[in-house]
Design a protein around this ligand. Structure first.
Ligand code: SF4
Length: 655
């Protein structure tokens, strides 16, 4: 090992002196050494680091020591904040390395003073949302004092507020150096700070928006970087597919129409033909929404009604005409910008209409915030590979779930780096002693009507033994609803508090779970990853079914179709490995520390009955497998009440 790392990680080293509970972990030092080598040679590296490795420090320390300018990208804002506010400053201090660090968010997080001025002058154009005028006044008062312009400071501005696009900029509507507010611009301030920093912390959305030159990106983040470290990297391929496609949104066009009206009024320009054209476009948008009678959800292009498709060329022509009229107007920077944006949205719509279905999937999404027309490419690997290879820069991808067993080929192929160096580091936790994997016998098939009740029946002895302290994780909202019903039926007066996803925001629910100490939480989706509950409060993680993604999702269909077209096998190349990674994420919620213990329950009988079940089993932590609920329950009792410990309940088999 490089002597720098030996000195840093040793038990009397600077980390041990700076961190009260520091313990030497060989896994952490091993990862740090590999990341250090990638940074020195400017080569790509993919690292799976099991829970408890301490991977954040294992990449931050080489990043700090390298002296290179490094971008660190995270999957969540929580980790982004933790790195910027706590981890990097603390390590830089411990190592005595003065570094400049910056936190950079996407444009839509910063106040745009130009657009705030427009919104304030033209309050009547803000729309009918309740309280929007009062909120705008609140934003204006805050704008007079804020130093960063980061809208997160305004904690009472709801994320869904219609005010948001009126007070933030996009790459398209930003006036740049022509803007009267340029010298006070928060967006450019944040960008300048990032360019002058040694370490810039961003999130994957911003990084990939930047790579793909999309609206919320800045377009110049990467050229100056010598290393990019992506934590929570398992999320990267899906986010990349989102940004490497095309999106045309009704809301984007509505905002443009409002901006045109506001810019004309602000510049006191009378242009009745343009006003009429704006009204016509708004009318088309109403008809477009009306033509899609189906409610919220995703719909493939081939299923769209003619009444919808026939409107698209009319909208495209109206937007192109508007662009020309605005250009000929000879107004200021504001109207010139609107002209460019109108041309851009017309071109995007034209591209979407003409795109070949051989290279991706076209689809429409309707939701509470409006309607979007989208194109998602089948493959993003080639484009990512081009970025990675286009400049000398070290790319490090890390997460607790990237490999299937020992095999990284699924993830490496998705990001286009099949030849990258890979490293898998086992968790330092003692799973053989800390956990059991309980596979209930005689479970019905997942689609059986009795499945939800049988699953709760299988978990019941464990819940009784632990007095709650469980996550019951479901693969669908329907399964969750069935699970809630089945739990109520099995425990009409449950001897533990029951929490259900949706009763409160995610963080509030998790805090409540930690405070209660013996609750049972039933959840799906977002609770499968990024949740960290240490200690006895979480002693059971029970998963109802193997997490294969819903086959009717157009995005999944697009990926499967892409694999089929190049002669691959979608199940083995995509669905199975994705499900294995998702299961690893869910299971990873249980053991978060060296003192933790508990039982993992997997209710789906296919893990044993199907040949592919072996792939799941081989990716599970090395805990003994048990198939009798009494044995699993005894393990929990022994750990929770060690003094009353009876004869040791041992595992039936070791895989
Ligand atoms: S430069 Fe762009 S982001 Fe900054 S205030 Fe002007 S329009 Fe807004």
């Amino acid at each position: 090992m490089n002597s720098d790392y030996q000195d840093i990680f040793r038990t009397e080293g600077p980390l041990a002196l700076a961190l009260p509970h520091y313990a030497y972990r060989p896994e952490q030092a091993l990862m740090a050494k590999a990341v250090g080598a990638a940074l020195a040679r400017l080569t790509p590296l993919i690292v799976e680091a099991g829970t408890g490795t301490g991977k954040t420090f294992a990449y931050l320390i080489p990043a700090l020591l390298s002296g290179r300018s490094v971008i660190i990208s995270t999957g969540t804002r929580t980790l982004q904040d933790q790195l910027f506010r706590r981890d990097v400053p603390m390590l830089a201090k411990a190592l005595g390395l003065p570094v400049k660090i910056a936190l950079l968010k996407g444009r839509t997080n910063y106040l745009c003073r130009h657009r705030l001025d427009l919104a304030t002058q033209q309050g009547s154009l803000l729309g009918p949302e309740r309280g929007v005028t009062r909120m705008l006044a609140r934003v204006s008062r805050w704008a007079a004092t804020t130093k960063t312009g980061d809208l997160a400071e305004l904690t009472d501005l709801p994320e869904q507020s219609s005010l948001w696009p009126s007070i933030t900029s996009t790459r398209e509507n930003c006036l740049g150096q022509e803007c009267a507010q340029f010298s006070r611009c928060h967006v450019f301030d944040a960008r300048r700070n990032a360019q002058a920093a040694d370490i810039v912390v961003v999130n994957h959305h911003l990084l990939l928006a930047d790579l793909a030159l999309k609206e919320e990106g800045f377009g110049d983040l990467l050229p100056g970087a010598e290393a990019v470290i992506l934590d929570e990297a398992h999320q990267v391929p899906d986010i990349a597919a989102q940004f490497f496609g095309q999106v045309w949104s009704v809301r984007q066009v509505q905002v443009l129409m409002r901006d045109i009206t506001a810019e004309l009024q602000a510049a006191a320009i009378r242009a009745p033909a343009i006003v009429e054209a704006v009204i016509a476009v708004d009318g088309y948008l109403d008809r477009l929404r009306f033509a899609l009678a189906r409610g919220a959800g995703r719909q493939e292009w081939s299923d769209l009604p003619d009444a919808f498709l026939d409107l698209l060329p009319d909208i495209e022509n109206a937007l192109s005409d508007l662009a020309v009229q605005l250009e000929n107007l000879g107004g200021g920077a504001g109207t010139a910008n609107c002209s460019r944006r109108a041309a851009h949205v017309a071109n995007t719509l034209a591209a979407l209409r003409e795109l070949s279905d051989d290279s991706g999937l076209r689809w429409v999404e309707t939701g509470t915030t409006g309607m979007t027309l989208q194109f998602t490419p089948f493959e993003i690997a080639e484009r990512l590979r081009e970025y990675v290879e286009s400049r000398p820069c070290a790319w490090v991808f890390t997460s607790a779930t990237l490999a299937i067993g020992e095999d990284f080929s699924h993830f490496a192929a998705r990001i286009g780096l099949a030849e990258a160096r890979t490293l898998r580091i086992d968790s330092p936790f003692d799973y053989a002693n800390q956990a059991r994997l309980f596979l209930p016998p005689r479970m019905p098939e997942p689609q059986d009507a009795a499945f939800a009740d049988k699953f709760i029946d299988a978990c019941a002895p464990l819940l009784q033994a632990s007095g709650g302290r469980a996550f019951l994780l479901y693969t669908s909202y329907r399964g969750l609803a069935e699970g809630v019903r089945a739990l109520k039926a099995r425990f009409p007066e449950p001897p533990f508090p029951v929490l259900v996803q949706g009763e409160a925001p995610r963080e509030a629910l998790l805090n409540r779970f930690r405070e209660l100490g013996n609750a049972v939480l039933l959840a799906t989706g977002s609770f499968w990853e990024g949740v960290d509950v240490k200690g006895d409060a979480l002693s059971i993680v029970a998963i109802d079914k193997l997490p294969f993604a819903a086959p009717d999702d157009p995005l999944l269909k697009a990926r499967l179709e892409g694999i089929r077209r190049r002669g691959g096998n979608p199940f083995f190349e995509y669905q199975l490995p994705q499900a294995v990674l998702a299961l690893k994420q869910g299971v990873g919620r249980l053991i978060r520390d060296f003192d933790d213990f508990g039982v993992i329950v997997i209710g789906d009988p296919r893990i044993r009955s199907k040949a592919y079940g072996r792939v799941f089993l081989e990716s599970m932590p090395p805990s003994p497998v048990v198939s009798e609920s009494a044995v699993a329950a005894q393990f929990l009792s022994d750990r929770l009440h060690p003094r009353q410990r009876a004869a040791p309940a041992d595992a039936e088999s070791l895989r």
